[in-house]
Design a protein around this ligand. Structure first.
Ligand SMILES: Nc1nc2c(c(=O)[nH]1)N[C@H]1C(S)=C(S)[C@@H](COP(=O)(O)O)O[C@H]1N2
Ligand SMILES: [Mo]
Length: 406
């Protein structure tokens, strides 16, 4: 057993080596070679105010992905955390003027909260959780699907602190008639053809003790680009529900019919191992995306890295699921023919990712394909082949990197 400290030290050592390596490391950080022509070419590193350079996908709206090297820390630094917006008009919110409206037809005492009230009148709860875009890795879909052509970095792991949504709803007198909780943020569809980004979650998920109105991320106020001053945190569920710059919460006795529920962020029924059902939004053939599928990522070595024959190579990475917990990560150094268990890092919380590593004692001359495969407590694992779906969600095909020794 390695101690937690040694594990973290060795992983951050790798991160430094990755950042410091000249040439190849930078080009590689733009994304996997497997991205289709155009997707990679269109990416460049660029910095939003307050952020380190991230992989720019689009300026308007701002869509920026985290380079693989910045996913090597246990918690993704706020200034390196990915950014995703649907609408270009991203407002700066003044914390003192900010108000949260809590209303709707399924609560008895509509009311308004200030940030100070949210911080002082409700128990602060901190939860480590992965925030991952439903379309993370969409750029790897073959055949190509339209949408932001994300590589591997539309995700991050952070400690989110805030008030429990269920306590705020209780204060406002939520009734048994609540079917969905509808959330809206300060960004609106002003001059855009795109409808305002409004989402809903089922009442049962809103009442889950882990669903938070977060005002802190990794011990700091939320960065502007990640939802200042308050965002919804729905641990286990894909980030589409994690409304940023939250301004309104409505308890509704009827299903919310907005574009972003009825038309977008839906998956075909029956093709993914969905456990968390969103019954009020189910249609005959499709249902809203809910929880994340089991997944893993190799962070080192990088694809196309070269080694000396006989060199010891440390493989490392992360694995995550929707909160059941990762129980094992298996590694193949021969393209998937044989498998060995990797060493898991410290348990950072059931909604967080789990770091892992594996030492390959002596690499023989030639080309080697490394593969990682995670399994969770429910026995669920990743897919060998892509599960095609029109919007390019839930990509959890086993990640492979190919390296040379000689
Ligand atoms: N207000 C607002 N919140 C939003 C969105 C948005 O466009 N506007 N996009 C959602 C989606 S699809 C994702 S993936 C996450 C991204 O969170 P991040 O930008 O903090 O990484 O925010 C979610 N919350
Ligand atoms: Mo997303």
């Amino acid at each position: 057993m390695t101690t937690r400290r040694a594990f973290l030290a060795s992983t951050s050592g790798l991160a430094l080596a990755g950042f410091g390596a000249p040439g190849g490391a930078v080009a590689r950080s733009l994304g996997p070679d497997a991205l289709p022509a155009g997707a990679l070419g269109a990416s460049e590193l660029a910095a939003l105010p307050g952020k380190v350079p991230l992989i720019k996908k689009t300026w308007r709206p701002p869509n920026f992905e985290t380079p693989i090297a910045s996913l090597r820390e246990a918690f993704t630094p706020n200034d390196a955390f990915f950014v995703r917006y649907h609408i270009a008009g991203v407002p700066g919110v003044d914390a003192r003027a900010w108000r949260l409206e809590v209303g709707g037809d399924a609560l008895d005492r509509p009311q308004t909260f200030t940030l100070a009230q949210l911080r002082s009148e409700f128990e602060p709860v901190e939860i480590a959780a992965v925030c991952q875009c439903s379309g993370n890795r969409r750029g790897l879909f073959d055949p190509h699907v339209p949408g932001v052509q994300w590589g591997y970095g539309a995700m991050g792991n952070a400690r989110w602190k805030g008030a429990r949504l269920r306590e705020v709803l209780a204060r406002a007198g939520v009734t048994r008639g609540a079917v969905e909780i509808v959330v809206d943020g300060a960004d609106g569809a002003v001059l855009e053809a795109t409808p305002d980004f409004v989402k809903s979650i089922p009442a049962w998920k809103a009442m889950d003790e882990n669903t938070l109105l977060a005002y802190e991320m990794n011990g700091e106020p939320l960065p502007h680009w990640n939802g200042f001053p308050v965002r919804l945190v729905v641990p286990g569920w894909t980030a589409t529900y994690w409304m940023k710059h939250l301004t309104s919460i409505r308890a509704s006795s009827t299903p919310f019919e907005g574009f972003w529920m009825a038309k977008a962020y839906r998956i075909p029924k029956g093709v993914f191992p969905t456990v968390d059902r969103f019954l009020s939004q189910e249609a005959e053939a499709s249902t809203p995306i809910t929880e994340m599928v089991v997944n893993s990522l190799i962070l080192a070595p990088g694809d196309a890295d070269r080694f000396r024959a006989g060199q010891t190579v440390e493989m490392s990475g992360i694995a995550w699921d929707a909160g059941a917990g990762i129980v094992s990560v298996d590694i193949s150094v021969d393209g998937g023919r044989s498998w060995r268990a990797a060493e898991l890092g410290p348990d950072l919380g059931r909604f967080a990712w789990r770091q892992w590593r594996h030492l390959i004692p002596s690499l023989r001359t030639g080309t080697h394909t490394f593969v990682a495969r995670a399994t969770n407590r429910q026995g669920m694992s990743q897919t060998q082949a892509l599960v095609a779906n029109p919007a390019g969600y839930h990509h959890n095909v086993l990640h492979r990197v190919t390296v040379q020794a000689g």
